[in-house]
Design a protein around this ligand. Structure first.
Ligand code: RB5
Length: 144
C-alpha cells in the first residue's frame, strides 16, 4: 500500500512515529514534510498529500496537525478528496466503511500516540462497504 503523509509543526512528532508504524505495516510512503517543529502553515502540506492521492501516486493520505481539523478542511478543497478527521478507532472504521475516506487526518496534540497508531491501522485495513454508501459518496462527488 502506498501512503502520502505530511504534518505541520503541531503534528511533526506524531508523524515521525507514524512513519515507523507504516514500516511495520509494510507500507511504502512518501513523506512530504514538514521536517522539524519549526512553525509552518498546514495548508501547504495538506495540498501536497491531497494532490498525490488524486493523481493516484498514493492509495491513501495521512495528515497530522495540532487538531487534524485544519488539515481536513484544506485537503477537502481538492476535488476527489474525502478527508476525515478521526479521533477514535471506531470512527476510523466508519470513515472507510461508509465514507470511503481517502485521507486520514489526525491530532498530534489532543489524541495520544497509541490511539493514533490504532486509528491508522484500522483505517488502512478497513474496506469501503459500497452499496447504499456508494450512492451517498457519489452524491458528495457530484457537489464538486
Ligand atoms: C497550529 O498552531 C495549529 O493551528 C494547527 O496545527 C492545526 O491544529 C490547525 O487546525
Amino acid at each position: 500500500m502506498r501512503i502520502a503523509i505530511a504534518s505541520d509543526h503541531g503534528g511533526f512528532e506524531t508523524k515521525q512515529k507514524l512513519l515507523l508504524v507504516l514500516d511495520e505495516l509494510g507500507c511504502t510512503y512518501h513523506d512530504f514534510g514538514c521536517d522539524s517543529e519549526e512553525s509552518v502553515d498546514y495548508p501547504d502540506y495538506a495540498v501536497l498529500v491531497a494532490e498525490a492521492v488524486v493523481a493516484d501516486e498514493a492509495d491513501f493520505g495521512v495528515l497530522v496537525c495540532g487538531t487534524g481539523i485544519g488539515m481536513a478542511i484544506a485537503a477537502n478543497k481538492v476535488h476527489g478528496i474525502r478527508a476525515a478527521n478521526v479521533t477514535s478507532p471506531d470512527f476510523a472504521r466508519l470513515a472507510r466503511q461508509h465514507n470511503n475516506a481517502n485521507v486520514l487526518t489526525l491530532s498530534g496534540r489532543f489524541v495520544d500516540f497509541d490511539t493514533n497508531r490504532q486509528i491508522l491501522e484500522v483505517f488502512l485495513k478497513t474496506e469501503f462497504e459500497g452499496g447504499r454508501h456508494k450512492r451517498r459518496v457519489d452524491k458528495i462527488r457530484s457537489l464538486e
